[in-house]
Design a protein around this ligand. Structure first.
Ligand SMILES: Nc1ncnc2c1ncn2[C@@H]1O[C@H](COP(=O)(O)OP(=O)(O)OP(=O)(O)O)[C@@H](O)[C@H]1O
Ligand SMILES: [Mg+2]
Length: 358
């Protein structure tokens, strides 16, 4: 088992008595991309700045390749940490050419080969003598990546590096960037508040909220086994059904749901993503029989249906309490408002959480 490239333990940061980073621990292995994902203000950038060495933690330790970089006593300056940085405002030096920008952090003797190799890697060899103002936003981004990678950093810290790019370009640049980073074997810690970006880029996602890491896991796992309602809601729209537990079960208009280990009388939220709500298309108004997988069907009336491109979003007003449930259906399904249909909830796709304040 190789040592983690980056290992931060129990990092705390207080600003004027307010805890902004609260006991954050993380490891990133060589060649791995970890995404720090969370809403605005949750402490992502502060965590990154502490690792980079431009901010000092209140307590906690940082190791790079097993070597102490920063604790209560030691604190290596940023330039001795072997860390590359890429931020949204990745300003290139305007008075230097592309080649000179990429060579900026290198010893001159070895620079030329490395510059050529990196420019080839990011597909920008032809632009070696251009100045930054002659390049598009996406091209500048590629140069910024080459420049950050030139000194062979052990770790790349990236803070919303793609948010300045328009949507179409962003997807391409993300994929290219990932490919280059993987080929260099760099460990990457990428900050983003966009779940789509994290799912696309990350080997591991660390979900952050109010200064704490609330859940860590591969994108598939974190999406499919969220820790709580807020973690589920961070990745997509959700439907929430309310229930109360009696004998490890909760009764709803969709039948019974298991709530193992939840004490009697606890109020629970049953959470289901819109694409996992099952619509019964072909019973002509007759509800299907209950099954162990899908439970009981409940009737709703189409309130609104919208075409989204790859899918359709149908909103139902439910007969049982007048609430709205949303279903996402692949391709085109646009029933008329007022049409009654039966809905079911797949037991393997829903989450039952004890209800909290929010
Ligand atoms: N130098 C500072 N002095 C005081 N408060 C600070 C300082 N830097 C950050 N904060 C506060 O710490 C909290 C976390 O900020 P941070 O920049 O880490 O958030 P973030 O998760 O990166 O958010 P965003 O997604 O908006 O970039 C914020 O409430 C911010 O106001
Ligand atoms: Mg930030």
């Amino acid at each position: 088992m190789p040592a983690p490239r980056l290992e931060i333990s129990h990092i705390v940061k207080d600003f004027g008595g307010r805890r902004v980073v609260d006991d954050v621990s993380l490891t990133v292995m060589p060649g791995q991309v970890t995404c720090l994902l969370g809403p605005s203000g949750c402490g992502k950038s502060t965590t990154l700045r502490i690792i980079a060495g431009v901010e000092k933690q209140s307590s906690g330790t940082i190791l790079v390749d097993g070597k102490m970089v920063c604790d209560g006593d030691v604190s290596l300056p940023p330039e001795e940490r072997h860390i590359g940085l890429m931020f949204q405002d990745f300003a290139l030096f305007p008075h230097l050419t592309v080649g000179q920008n990429v060579a900026f952090g290198l010893q001159s003797r070895k620079a030329t080969d490395r510059v050529h190799a990196l420019l080839a890697k990011v597909g920008m060899s032809a632009h070696i003598n251009d100045y930054p103002h002659q390049l598009s936003g996406g091209e500048q981004q590629r140069i910024a990546l080459a420049r950050a990678l030139a000194p062979r950093p052990r770790i790349m810290l990236m803070d919303e590096p793609f948010s300045g790019l328009d949507d179409r370009l962003r997807d391409d640049i993300r994929d290219e960037t990932l490919e280059v980073l993987k080929s260099e074997g760099t460990a990457v810690l990428l900050v983003t508040h966009e779940p789509g970006e994290a799912m696309r880029m990350a080997d591991e996602i660390a979900l952050m909220r109010n200064g704490k890491i609330v859940q860590r896991g591969a994108p598939y796992n974190i999406y499919n086994t969220p820790k709580d309602k807020a973690a589920a809601a961070f990745f997509s729209d959700i439907n929430v059904l309310k229930g109360k537990v009696q004998g490890a079960l909760t009764d709803t208009p969709f039948g019974q749901f298991l709530a193992p280990g939840v004490p009697d009388g606890t109020e629970v939220d049953i959470v289901i993503r819109p694409q996992h709500l099952k619509i019964d298309f072909d019973r002509g108004g007759r509800g299907p029989n209950p099954t162990p997988e899908d439970g009981t069907a409940a009737r709703g009336v189409v309130e609104r249906a919208r075409f989204m491109g790859a899918s359709s979003l149908v909103e139902f007003r439910m007969d049982f309490d007048g609430s709205i449930l949303k279903a996402v259906v692949p391709s085109v399904f646009l029933p008329k408002p007022g049409m009654p249909l039966w809905l079911m909830i797949r037991r393997d796709r829903c989450f039952v959480f004890p209800r909290t304040g929010s």
